[in-house]
Design a protein around this ligand. Structure first.
Ligand code: MN
Ligand code: MN
Length: 497
């Protein structure tokens, strides 16, 4: 079976829509690089679209009925959104489920140190990365610092044109004879991924002011503290001419105090994520692709929530799941394995006057789900790693993975042929182009998604999303046509399943 390009099938109106949607997505992934940022952005969009927050609805004693829109937030790192349909909940929902965490470097809890005249933040990577890809590129810091009095400061530094950025060093090629003999997995080791955040032992008023200007000019979210302690530290450093022990570290602490009103010990209750700095960009002379950080899995999360909001008519209840922690096994209170999803469905049913456990079980078992996650795209440079007949191609439509897993499908969900048959009919009706694919050649490796977790309820689940080139690299690539086709596919699923 030949897989056809989707680019040639669109009319002018569709091409205009494709461009608009791609641009909206590009802005979304430029702005939202962490699960918290995705959550904040989407909550705002849901509010604008008339969705009511679940706890508010419960407190107000709201009765939920067909046509209503409800959402719930899980610890600022995940969202569930529902549009209640006319069909009884007992008959199940149509669910789109994606994850909003991406591979990155997390700052450790005691991270700050000085060595050789540099101040560093020690990191521990999150998710599957090729460590050598993360050195010598501009990096940004995104996250929160929560102090003991529970005030939260948002840190978002390295994205604006005039922001400072951060980096991880690599050994110069001139001295790399030994390093280059190492295996690629050992060339850069996990403990070598510490980011350089400063090198100046003294801070004159001048330097401090210009640094502060660069930061506060770009970021409205900063909390500024009184200048006294920072000024005092700086003066002391000046007096000792930079030869004080750990003077660079102390200067950085003075700046952190000034910018964020934080002490060193506040790192203990901080979540700081190091991500590639800068915007996602159009890619290619023809602007057919988008190069950017974290397409996995925001390139499926975005069309999932948009399909839920944009679908004009639905009959079955539609649900969009956006979860955290997929990249490390869907664990913890914010991962798909937590009971948050099940509990929230029970709460929504209760607001509909339905509190029977059996009804909840029936609702879940009778649901259909697209596990909206990315798949690998064929890469001609590494052709030998793929089965050409059974891999996804950039620009050839929405990808369905009957199963994922590794080495004999271990750890995989497996979608029934019956479910696939039904989906083919639904997608055909709306002229959605699909390609069935496996990740790569048998026995080379593999991966998982949240699909198998939802499948435990007995519902129909299949992995379905956008093909990505250089998955999990600091800059991943997708085709705008696949993004648009996947959005069309999700809309079709929400309306017609
Ligand atoms: Mn993924
Ligand atoms: Mn992934």
């Amino acid at each position: 079976m030949e897989k056809k390009t989707v680019w040639t099938k669109y009319n002018e109106k569709q091409l205009a829509e494709l461009n608009t949607f791609s641009e909206e997505y590009r802005k979304f992934i430029t702005e939202c690089k962490t699960e918290r940022e995705c959550t904040d952005f989407i909550v705002e969009e849901l509010e604008n679209a008339g969705f009511t927050e679940l706890q508010r609805a419960i407190k107000a004693g709201k009765k939920v009925k067909a046509g209503d829109k409800i959402y719930a937030v899980n610890k600022n790192k995940g969202i569930l959104a529902f549009r209640i349909g006319k069909t009884p909940m007992e008959e199940g929902m149509n669910i789109l489920g994606a994850h909003i965490d991406s591979p990155r470097l997390d700052v450790k809890q005691n991270p700050l140190y000085e060595d050789g005249g540099f101040a560093y933040l020690d990191t521990h990577y999150y998710g599957g990365i090729k460590k050598y890809q993360w050195v010598t590129i501009p990096l940004a810091i995104h996250g929160v610092v929560v102090k003991k009095d529970l005030t939260t400061t948002i840190i978002d530094l390295g994205e604006e044109e005039n922001d400072p950025v951060f980096f991880i060093s690599d050994l110069l090629i001139h001295l790399s004879a030994e390093q280059l003999e190492k295996k690629a997995s050992k060339v850069i080791e996990g403990e070598a991924l510490d980011i350089i955040i400063g090198s100046r032992p003294t801070l004159s008023t001048d330097a401090k002011d210009s640094a502060l200007k660069a930061v506060s000019g770009a970021r409205p979210t900063l909390t500024k503290s009184t200048k006294s302690s920072a000024a005092k530290n700086t003066k002391k450093n000046d007096e000792e001419d930079g030869n004080e022990k750990e003077a660079v570290k102390k200067s950085i602490l003075a700046l952190l105090k000034e910018y964020y009103d934080m002490e060193e010990e506040d790192f203990l209750s901080a979540e700081l994520e190091i991500v590639p700095a800068g915007p996602a960009r159009d890619c290619g002379f023809d602007r057919s692709m988008i190069l950017g950080y974290g397409h996995d899995d925001r390139v499926c999360a975005y069309p999932s929530f948009r399909a839920l909001v944009d679908a004009k008519t639905i009959s079955r209840t539609a649900c969009c799941i956006l979860v955290d922690k997929e990249e490390i096994g869907s664990v913890g209170a914010t991962g798909m394995q937590s009971l948050f999803f099940e509990n929230t469905v029970a709460e929504v049913l209760a607001l509909m006057g339905q509190t029977s456990e059996l009804l909840l079980r029936r609702c879940l078992a009778n649901s259909n789900m697209l596990s909206s996650d990315v798949s690998s795209a064929f890469d001609p440079t590494y052709a030998g790693s793929f089965d050409k007949k059974n891999v996804a191609y950039l620009g050839k439509g929405m990808v369905l993975n009957k199963f994922t897993g590794a080495r004999g499908k271990s750890g995989s969900n497996d979608a029934d042929a019956e479910y696939l048959g039904k989906l083919r009919a639904v997608f055909d009706k709306d002229d959605v182009s699909i390609q069935l694919a496996e990740l790569g050649k048998v026995d080379l490796g593999g991966g998982g998604t949240i699909a198998y977790i939802l499948a435990k309820y007995g519902m129909n689940v299949i992995d379905c999303g956008v093909a990505v080139l250089n998955m999990h690299a600091p800059a991943e690539v997708i085709s705008k046509a696949d993004l648009y086709e996947t959005y069309r596919g999700y809309l079709s699923f929400v309306k017609n399943m």
